[in-house]
Design a protein around this ligand. Structure first.
Ligand SMILES: CC(C)(COP(=O)(O)OP(=O)(O)OC[C@H]1O[C@@H](n2cnc3c(N)ncnc32)[C@H](O)[C@@H]1OP(=O)(O)O)[C@@H](O)C(=O)NCCC(=O)NCCS
Length: 177
């Protein structure tokens, strides 16, 4: 639970974001409802924030004037450490494909791209970091679920049902003659 004073500070930080905001697409109310939140300060003021949202996605933002001072990486490390302590199985995130700097950081910490999504007409990567064995199983599950979604999306439904009926008929013939 985020206290009143911290909420105010975060609100001030959020309002003061300028160009950083276009790549940091977490709405303010969702930021306050995050499951995990870590902060880096410089001169007593919030310089960057990261965490895991209610929708279980990693978010990360560093104020423009504090960028390229490794704050983004310190925040990412903190989120991973806290997630491990809380026994999370994995961390996922979405990042725009052009956001090479953020992707560089995520890869450095072991995240891999599982697939590409198209949201609001821009391509983004769905990345994941398994934190334990169950997390690795989730990775396989995400990959299979994505493949299935693609199949259902690209194969016309009648054709899909026709193929299923044919397969069911074949199985029936084999077992029941
Ligand atoms: C992404 C972001 C959080 C990075 O924060 P930061 O504090 O500037 O990052 P750091 O200083 O910790 O690390 C930057 C790293 O990126 C590298 N880098 C910088 N520019 C780069 C580029 N154009 N391409 C690839 N890597 C780049 C740096 O070399 C450094 O890596 P290194 O330590 O291995 O040399 C910050 O740019 C930001 O807030 N962006 C807007 C919001 C955003 O995009 N959030 C992520 C949404 S998913």
């Amino acid at each position: 639970m985020i206290g009143k004073q911290l909420s105010k500070e975060i609100a001030y930080f959020y309002k003061s974001l300028t160009v950083e905001k276009k790549d940091f697409y977490l709405p303010f109310p969702e930021l306050l409802q995050s499951k995990l939140l870590v902060i880096e300060r410089r001169n007593g003021k919030i310089a960057g924030i990261a965490g895991i949202s209610k929708k279980k996605s990693l978010f990360l933002v560093v104020k423009n004037e504090y960028q390229n001072q490794k704050i983004g990486q310190r925040l990412t490390r903190k989120v991973i450490d806290h997630a491990k302590k809380r026994k999370y199985h994995h961390i996922t995130l979405n990042v725009f494909q052009y956001n090479v700097k953020a992707i560089h950081i995520y890869r450095k910490f072991g995240f891999t791209v599982l697939f590409t999504n198209l949201t609001s007409s821009r391509e983004n990567f769905f990345m994941m970091l398994p934190l334990d064995f169950r997390g690795s199983l989730y990775k396989i599950y995400f990959l299979i679920a994505h493949r299935l979604r693609l199949i259902v999306k690209h194969v016309p439904l009648e054709h899909f049902l026709y193929r299923i009926r044919r397969l069911a008929n074949k199985i029936r013939k084999i077992f029941l003659g």
